[in-house]
Design a protein around this ligand. Structure first.
Ligand SMILES: Nc1ncnc2c1ncn2[C@@H]1O[C@H](COP(=O)(O)OP(=O)(O)OP(=O)(O)O)[C@@H](O)[C@H]1O
Length: 564
């Protein structure tokens, strides 16, 4: 075995860069029993635990923090491996910058360059600038430029050969994720850190990709031999480090041998078996608290209400490809639907017709699409925006970060379903504050010196803080609150929990239960109507109602294959 890629001794702590040499504050992380990543041999690492802790550990691996105590540096601490950097940068104990051979792939950030983000462009006639295909992206936008055989090898690994000639914007979110993993592999770094690579992937894809990543990690597939990057020796493999949401054992790829578990600021290294035993033991001793807040779902009788959505025999075709094929679907007030189907089967396209994002939405024959008891073509799009609450990875990517909207204003844009600042009534401001309240401890963690000296309450400070100043997982939370703020007649949660921590999402679920109980109560006592809900998720456990309490619509290659 050669040297370690990463070697962090036991009892090392990390602090923000620029903090005092003799630490005066508590560390960001403490490494209980160190962290060593060998450069070769059978070894697979997954980081699990609290979201903020996992992020800090990733930042540590990217050399974004200062270490204490300063260890005798074998290379560029914490890296023991010779990354092929200039001699003068070696032997330093201060982190300088991540070695170029480490790549970090995160899916929770909106893309800085704009690629993969424009969510409505894909439905209409494509603009010239949106016509770039996946293949062109791989050829022209990656550095170092991959060789053709590398592209072919990676496309085969990730089963995206059939997508190479498609425009980037046409890819579904799962297809986009596979393509981004492919781009990460094509860069052929010495170490690739992937954050939540399996979120948004269907069950089959998750298994396939976990297996393929295992082969890359073990060196069975060596992409270096096909890379043009001269920094690497051909025999160098690629180490993959996965950061995975959740502390459970579900979703751990088979090839993973070691776990770095982050809890309460402590990083503990465990062998996989040791970890699995520990988690099982903890689960057994955990007190199961009955969920008093959870309401039994009352599924409205179909006959007694007018449907909020009535789709009858809709088909959508791009060139030769039939993306929706004779789809029919009725959604009544109070119903909960889980829209299912593998990546690329047409779920988002179907929802885009209902949401009014798809240009065909307005031009479909009146009898094929009715919304809120009227033919779609008689319902103005701003009315749809007001009546439908919507959270999705596409909204997350597209929501403006440069307009200076505060967190409260961002949530308030949900009243009109717009992306721009709007005036809110006092009652609406109060409602936004009430929604923020259960999350104050999560959203208020990053207090600045200025905010500490402010006389405002933490809730007011959060309300006024610029939306873009929150980390991505908290932005996802704010956009979820935006979707529910107006108590819309139809709520569409399309992979809404993507990017959120488990703790945050479980609180969102409690909030949803409360909301639905209140809406149901109002519907009985006043003239209101119960909320219809559509959830898209590839993870059963993330559907916010008990199994069997909702309905299911399953698509396969654009066709409805199951409806109950
Ligand atoms: N302009 C286009 N030309 C060709 N195919 C397209 C175009 N736009 C979309 N598609 C294809 O339509 C299919 C449906 O995409 P859609 O986003 O609806 O899938 P999805 O079920 O939501 O997938 P995911 O689970 O990955 O989000 C995909 O296979 C996509 O590649």
């Amino acid at each position: 075995m050669r040297s370690a890629l990463v070697s962090i001794p036991a009892r090392t702590s990390v602090f923000p860069l620029g903090s005092a040499a003799v630490p005066t504050s508590s560390p960001l992380l403490r490494f209980r029993n160190g962290l060593n990543i060998p450069s070769d041999g059978e070894y697979g690492l997954a980081i699990v635990g609290e979201g903020e802790g996992r992020r800090r550990l990733v930042q540590t691996l990217l050399s974004k923090y200062r270490f204490h105590p300063h260890p005798p540096a074998p290379g560029i601490f914490p890296y023991a491996y010779d990354w092929g950097l200039e001699p003068h940068t070696q032997g330093t104990t201060e982190p300088i910058q991540s070695p170029p051979s480490i790549r970090h792939l995160t899916f929770s950030k909106p893309s800085a360059t704009g690629e993969f983000t424009d969510f409505t462009a894909r439905y209409g006639a494509l603009q010239e600038e949106d016509k770039d295909t996946l293949l062109q992206f791989f050829r022209n936008s990656l550095f170092p430029a991959p060789k053709e055989d590398a592209i072919a090898a990676v496309a085969a690994i990730l089963r995206i050969e059939h997508l190479l000639e498609l425009p980037l914007v046409a890819l579904s979110s799962g297809q986009t994720r596979r393509s981004r993993i492919a781009a990460g592999l094509l860069a052929a770094p010495r170490m690739l850190i992937l954050e939540d690579p399996f979120a948004g992937l269907d069950v089959q894809s998750r298994k396939e990709i976990a297996r393929m990543l295992g082969r890359v990690n073990s060196g069975a597939v060596n992409l270096k031999t096909t890379s043009q990057d001269a920094r690497h020796k051909e025999e160098d493999g690629m180490r993959l480090v996965l950061s995975l949401r959740g502390t459970g054992t579900i979703g751990l790829p088979g090839y993973v041998t070691h776990i770095a578990r982050v809890m309460g600021g402590d990083v503990e290294m465990l062998g996989k078996e040791e970890y699995v035993d520990k988690v099982k033991g903890e689960e057994e001793t955990q007190h199961v608290v009955p969920d008093m807040g959870r309401q039994a779902v009352t599924q409205s009788a179909e006959s007694s209400t007018q449907p909020v959505v009535d789709v009858q025999g809709v088909s959508i075709t791009y060139g030769e490809t039939k993306v929706l094929d004779n789809v029919s679907w009725r959604i009544h007030p109070g119903q909960r639907w889980h829209l299912q189907g593998s990546n690329g089967c047409g779920k988002t396209t179907l929802l885009s017709l209902i949401l009014g994002h798809h240009p065909k939405s307005f031009s479909l024959p009146a009898e094929t699409l009715s919304l809120f008891s009227k033919p779609r073509r008689e319902v103005a799009t701003p009315t749809l925006r007001r009546r439908i609450g919507h959270a999705s990875p596409e909204i997350f990517a597209a929501f403006p970060r440069s307009m200076g909207l505060s967190a409260g204003e961002a949530v308030g844009t949900g009243y009109e379903g717009v992306f721009s600042r709007r005036r809110m009534t006092e009652a609406q401001r109060a409602r936004v504050q009430r929604l923020l309240e259960p999350f104050v401890d999560l959203l208020g963690r990053r207090r600045t010196p200025a905010s500490r000296s402010s006389t405002k309450s933490t809730l007011d400070l959060i309300y006024d803080t610029d939306f873009s100043h929150f980390p991505p997982n908290q932005q996802a939370l704010l956009l979820f609150l935006r979707a529910i703020v107006s108590r819309p007649l139809l709520l569409i949660l399309d992979e809404a929990s993507q990017g959120m921590d488990e703790e945050t999402w479980s609180r969102c679920r409690v909030l949803l239960d409360q909301e639905w109980a209140e809406i149901a109560h109002d519907a009985k006592t006043a003239t209101g109507s119960e909320q219809a809900v559509v959830v898209v998720s590839h993870w059963e456990e993330e559907v916010p109602w008990e199994a069997g309490q909702g309905r299911v619509l399953r698509l396969h290659e654009g066709k409805v294959v199951h409806q109950e």
